[in-house]
Design a protein around this ligand. Structure first.
Ligand SMILES: Nc1nc2c(c(=O)[nH]1)N[C@H]1C(S)=C(S)[C@@H](COP(=O)(O)OP(=O)(O)OC[C@H]3O[C@@H](n4cnc5c(N)ncnc54)[C@H](O)[C@@H]3O)O[C@H]1N2
Ligand code: MOO
Length: 659
């Protein structure tokens, strides 16, 4: 009862962060260690590095030629060269010359050689001739010419690198040039990562029914590394209070911070917060429930100044809340300055400018569609960016929900819908913020529309040709609208026109051209061996199944081309499962394969992949709609070339498509 109430009293994002930071303050690096030069990459310097030596350590020649006294060359020309006596000694690389360049003399010197006493310039060998034992100088040189004086790059005692700098290859090279073979850096904060849940299995293990792979552990471990921490992977713990408690105690002993994921909302297995309550030392739980989407069940806690965080189990929620609340703390413990923080506390992204994105050229973007938000929570919307014909950015919400494992990896950025705003209109402008680690870049080809494995074949071939592309999956109708608005180069569509009984062509209009794609055979899918379908004619089998009370179907979403096919076959019949509307061919395949439904309509490819029975109905055309205005772009031309190539057609046929 208590837990429910606490969870219901969600706190504002900024208030949650304030409590968390206050409990951990002051945030300072966890310690210092000395590491060898070869292990410094990515580490943060914990000392100001002053050079123990001059660089270069001697007056160095920058040319192959002759060390001279500049005034001996004044007035020299090809017609009237200055004659100098060539000294017997030549400067040897890596050695100090013994002789002195007296007036009227020259000493041969290589690039990088030590300038001998007496000389104050070097004449390039190209500007000299040898004659007997003499050097004829054909061009005058000013004093200092072609010489780098000792200590002019780095002077002995000069501070070249400062504490809190992150060491990249640029800095490590400088350390080497000063002769430093080891350096003091901040310790990486150790961050223990525990996954919890009876349904979680490690990648590589067989995936039983109802189980999912532990993706949070890996993305969190690598995100910890990216923030400058050292992950301490603690594996997967069952939903059992004693087991979670034991794992938590081990983690607290081994690390500077502990991250758990899952088990923080309201299900019977959501016991992690209770275990925290019973296990942590003061101050314990600071916030459980934050007015954020995604991320509401987030639990921020501290045990004696060690941060303990239960991230929501859903992958998008987990990584979003990690970057919002946890990554800045890891960076502070690692000695990495907050980008743009200027020492202040982390500003809410709702109020901070979209700096990173602006630097990359995407700042404000237009929404192509209206959006509803809950209003009561600050909502973060992951987007993919494209550009309209006028070069203005357009932000397509990814819309896969917090459970998605791909949304974060596909996002070019995100925008914030502040608490209290319930609706954004199509055409509204939003500020795009960068997604940690993503570097949105312009691509050669943007395809918006329905996704199909055939497109994977095409875009894969383009990629091998060096043509980059981006596919934004919004369905056929969304694709057609996007190409009409000039927001993409091409749209993959399969739109059925009931009036003409044909695909795609009836939907073309001014400024659009249709490029012939391929066919996908649609039909009834069922579990192989089911006598109600096996060996029968599709329409008749469906008609009969629809009258059989024990048979369960699965439907497609309204507006999809396949739904029209369902309705044609079923007429007025409403068999059990009619109201269940899956939104993809793959979902139909999964439902039938796993026995949640006995039949559905999908493309042959899906039946093949899942070993389902298949009764053909008709061929659906998947074509590309091209914006005429963009037909000349190299990406579009390459796409059309690929579509027309016999090799591609063969590859499509090999995947069960009709090309
Ligand atoms: N009745 C309510 N139910 C839920 C609420 C709510 O307010 N009332 N909140 C929803 C929200 S919002 C979220 S977010 C989720 C988060 O729940 P938990 O943090 O308790 O996470 P679990 O229930 O354990 O798991 C959710 C989901 O994530 C998967 N998961 C868990 N761990 C991992 C992992 N290591 N790698 C990949 N995926 C993982 C798990 O299998 C579940 O599918 O709760 C809503 N429910
Ligand atoms: O708040 Mo949850 O993190 O949206 O899915």
């Amino acid at each position: 009862m208590m837990k429910q109430e606490q969870f219901l009293s969600v706190v504002d994002r900024d208030e949650a962060e304030r409590r968390f930071r206050a409990a951990l303050a002051p945030l300072a690096p966890v310690g210092v260690e000395e590491v060898m030069l070869g292990a410094t990459l990515g580490r943060v310097l914990a000392e100001d590095v002053a050079s123990p030596v001059d660089v270069p350590g001697f007056d160095r020649s920058n040319m192959d030629g002759f060390a001279v006294r500049a005034e001996d060359t004044f007035g020299a020309s090809e017609q009237e060269p200055r004659r100098l006596r060539c000294l017997a000694e030549a400067v040897q690389m890596g050695d100090l010359p013994r002789g002195v360049v007296e007036p009227g003399c020259a000493m041969a010197i290589p690039t990088g050689g030590v300038v001998p006493r007496g000389a104050d310039a070097v004449v390039m060998v190209e500007h000299t001739r040898l004659e007997g034992g003499d050097v004829l100088v054909e061009k005058p040189v000013a004093p200092g010419r072609a010489i780098t004086w000792a200590g002019t790059d780095i002077a002995q005692g000069e501070v070249v690198l400062r504490a809190f700098e992150v060491l990249t290859s640029r800095e490590t090279g400088v350390l080497a040039a000063m002769g430093r073979d080891r350096v003091r850096v901040f310790l990486r904060p150790r961050v223990a990562i525990l996954s919890t849940g009876d349904e979680i299995v490690p990648p590589g293990a067989p995936l039983g029914a109802g189980k999912i792979y532990d993706s949070n552990q890996v993305i969190l471990a690598d995100a910890v590394r990216e923030a400058g921490g050292e992950p301490v992977p603690c594996g997967i713990t069952r939903d059992d209070p004693a087991a979670v408690r034991a794992a938590l105690l081990d983690a607290l002993a081994a690390a500077d911070m502990v991250l758990l994921s899952g088990g923080t909302s309201k299900g019977p297995g959501d016991l992690n917060v209770r275990v925290l309550e019973e296990t942590l030392e003061a101050p314990g739980i600071l916030a459980h429930g934050v007015a954020l989407k995604p991320g509401k069940p987030l639990c921020l806690a501290a045990s004696d100044r060690k941060a303990v965080v239960v991230l929501p189990g859903f992958p998008t929620s987990a990584i979003f809340t990690f970057h919002e609340f946890v990554a800045p703390v890891i960076r502070a413990l690692a000695g990495r300055a907050e980008p743009g923080a200027g020492g202040g506390s982390g500003a809410s992204p709702a109020t901070s400018p979209a700096r990173g994105a602006r630097e990359r050229g995407w700042s404000r973007a237009r929404l192509p569609v209206a959006m509803i938000s809950e209003g009561g929570r600050t909502e973060y919307v992951l987007v993919r960016l494209t550009e309209d014909d006028a070069g203005r950015a357009v932000a397509y919400p990814i819309g896969k929900g917090s459970g998605s494992v791909t949304a974060w990896s596909q996002a070019d950025g995100y925008f914030v819908i502040p608490r209290g705003v319930e609706r954004l209109e199509a055409g509204d402008e939003v500020d795009i913020l960068p997604v940690a680690g993503a570097s949105p870049r312009r691509v050669d080809l943007v395809v918006i529309g329905s996704h199909c494995m055939g497109l994977d074949v095409l875009l894969g071939r383009l990629s091998r040709r060096g043509i980059t592309s981006k596919l934004i999956a919004v369905g056929s109708e969304g694709g057609l609208a996007a190409v009409r608005r000039g927001e993409c180069d091409a749209a993959g569509v399969h739109l059925y026109d009931a009036v003409t009984g044909s695909y795609n062509a009836p939907f073309m209009g001014p400024g659009l051209v249709l490029a012939r794609g391929y066919g996908r055979l649609q039909g009834v899918v069922y579990r192989a061996g089911d006598a109600r379908f096996e060996g029968r004619e599709a329409a008749e089998a469906v008609r009969e199944a629809a009258q059989t009370p024990s048979v369960m179907m699965i439907n497609r979403n309204r507006g999809s081309g396949t739904r029209a096919l369902y309705d044609e076959l079923l007429g007025d019949a409403r068999p059990a499962g009619y109201a269940v509307e899956a939104s993809s061919h793959h979902a139909i395949g999964a439902a039938v394969a796993q026995g949640r439904a006995d039949f559905g309509i999908a493309i042959e490819l899906v039946a093949r992949e899942r070993g389902l029975g298949f009764l053909p109905l008709r061929e659906e055309r998947f074509d590309m709609v091209i914006a005429e205005a963009r037909a000349g772009r190299p990406g579009v031309r390459a796409l059309l070339e690929e579509l027309g190539s016999e090799e591609v057609r063969r590859a499509l046929r090999a995947r069960g498509l009709r090309a």
